[in-house]
Design a protein around this ligand. Structure first.
Ligand SMILES: Nc1ncnc2c1ncn2[C@@H]1O[C@H](COP(=O)(O)OP(=O)(O)OP(=O)(O)O)[C@@H](O)[C@H]1O
Ligand SMILES: [Mg+2]
Length: 489
């Protein structure tokens, strides 16, 4: 099966050409959307959410309850914050990451003060999730000026600080944690500067006020006069700029959406797949499932039973969907070399060596989905093993050989973080290449410390996996078992 990846299109440019969005790039570089009321920001966010719903986890901070209709058609869990305590919301934020649940935080029933507290607590929960769960998430915040305001309003200082702090964390420190902020605002001049400044992608819609236009021009590095053009944009038109959108400012028109904004009435277009009736869904969700996700090392504060039950049910449903996908895939031919290629793509650049396994695995799953494979095509352990082989430099064909399979079995006895390290040595020895340098070994071990990498060689020797030979400052390694040897480096 080789269906080509489905590109994500936000709409089209002046020439009618698709305006594509580079999702992996967006995850790393964040997005700011600005435009006056009615310019089409919420429509744009909806388009983006719909196009990426099946590819990446999403969290939507929804002050108006605009986006809850997405929950009817995708996997989002709508959380009505009115009934939840702050502690419960923080716990829910953490749990949403652990279960990788897409969530819509519906704030419409709260006063401004309560909205700030709820958003602060939930975002902090996302931020505080244990490192093992730092999978990429799109965090979409509509009306972001409410949650990261420049000036104090009617709300208490405490609530404002909580929310502003969480928004600042999201935009300034979230990337490492896999949190990709996408924020939209009517009034750029009312949005805290440090929050806006961290986005590298911009979609600027119709803007009338000089002060907003000036801020937009500053952010985009444009002449203020050039920003006058923002006045002439039509509803649904935006100037796009940034690494995930376009290298030069480009005017685009946002395309249609499939789900309706709640105010605009019911769904108008046919769905991709039939909606399961609620009662059936309940049975589906509550049926017994094997253990789905490991519990966090550190328990989040005060559990909120209802919400957590919902999140657990969500996880169960996802597990069920994945297993169904796997079954349907058995009928199709799986192209093993293509899976190998997808794993190669996740480790394309130097930086990837310092990413967590969870992040790389999520990246792989997204690529697999883009090629029409289910997320579960490789489980995390199988992915880790294949990644180790890929990083050793062996070819796909050679990796299938009996001798390499034997090496893989031997590597299984080692701690996980040393397996790829061992495979790198094994491959160098297999082809009689020089012993890998300290730098190469350190990178593979995910450390910048050369001495730490060298210590691992001694550890492997103690474990009787390798024999280390020295000639002055040069060294060579022999692999116990197949008796392959590297040359001296
Ligand atoms: N690209 C588009 N194509 C078709 N309709 C659009 C488009 N963009 C916006 N609209 C329609 O225009 C109206 C206003 O858009 P939207 O609600 O997205 O504006 P907004 O910028 O979010 O405004 P506010 O700041 O007041 O929330 C909606 O009815 C929406 O459906
Ligand atoms: Mg809106």
């Amino acid at each position: 099966m080789t269906s080509s990846p489905a590109p994500i299109s936000l709409g089209h440019d002046r020439t009618g050409t698709d305006a594509f969005l580079d999702l992996p790039e967006l995850l790393a570089t964040r997005l700011l959307v600005q435009g006056n009321s009615g310019s089409g920001k919420s429509h744009l966010l909806r388009r983006l959410l719909e196009q990426t719903a099946r590819l990446v986890q999403q969290v939507v901070i929804d002050p108006e309850g605009d986006f809850i209709t997405l929950a009817d058609h995708y996997d989002h869990l709508a959380i009505n914050v009115e009934t939840q305590s702050e502690a419960a919301l923080q716990a829910a934020g953490e749990r949403a990451r652990i279960h990788r649940a897409s969530v819509i935080l519906n704030l419409e029933s709260l006063e401004a003060e309560g909205q700030l507290r709820a958003v602060g607590a939930f975002l902090n929960g996302l931020f505080e999730a244990p490192r093992a769960y730092w999978y990429p998430v799109l965090v979409v915040v509509d009306e972001a000026q409410l949650f990261a305001p420049t000036a104090s309003g009617d709300t208490s200082d405490e609530a404002r600080r909580l929310s502003l702090g969480a928004m600042t964390n999201l935009m300034c420190r979230g990337r490492k944690r896999g949190l990709a902020g996408i924020i939209a605002t009517q009034r750029l001049a009312k949005l805290a500067k440090n929050v806006a400044a961290e986005a590298s992608n911009f979609l600027m819609g119709r803007t009338f006020l000089d002060i907003d236009m000036a801020r937009a021009a500053d952010l985009l590095g444009m002449e203020r006069r050039a920003a006058e053009a923002f006045r002439d944009l039509e509803r649904g038109q935006f100037m796009a700029l940034g690494p995930a959108l376009s290298r030069r400012p480009k005017r685009i028109t946002i395309g249609p959406v499939t789900t309706a904004s709640r105010g605009a009435g019911p769904l108008l277009m046919p769905l991709e797949k039939p909606v399961v009736p609620v009662e059936e869904l309940r049975d589906l969700i509550l049926q017994d499932e094997p253990e789905f996700a490991p519990r966090p090392r550190r328990e989040p504060p005060l559990p909120a039973p209802d919400l957590l039950a919902q999140l657990d049910a969500y996880a169960d449903r996802r597990a069920h969907e994945d297993s169904e996908e796997t079954i349907s895939l058995q009928a199709q031919e799986i192209d093993a070399s293509q899976i190998w290629e997808l794993v190669c793509e996740t480790t394309g650049d130097e930086k990837s060596y310092f990413n967590s396994l969870a992040t790389l695995y999520q990246d792989f799953q997204m690529r697999a989905r883009l090629h029409g494979y289910p997320r579960s095509i490789l489980d995390m352990n199988a992915f880790r093993r294949m990644l180790g082989s890929v990083r050793s430099g062996i070819s796909h064909t050679d990796s299938l050989s009996e001798e390499w399979q034997d090496i893989l079995r031997r590597s299984e006895d080692l701690p996980e973080d040393l397996q790829a390290f061992y495979l790198l040595l094994a491959q160098a020895a297999r082809i009689g290449a020089p012993c890998p340098s300290d730098e190469k070994l350190a990178r593979l071990y995910g450390t910048h410390s050369l001495s730490r990498a060298r210590r691992q060689l001694h550890y492997l020797e103690e474990r009787e996996m390798i024999i280390l030979r020295k000639e002055g400052t040069r060294r060579a390694v022999a692999i116990i078992g197949p008796a392959w040897q590297t040359t001296f480096d």
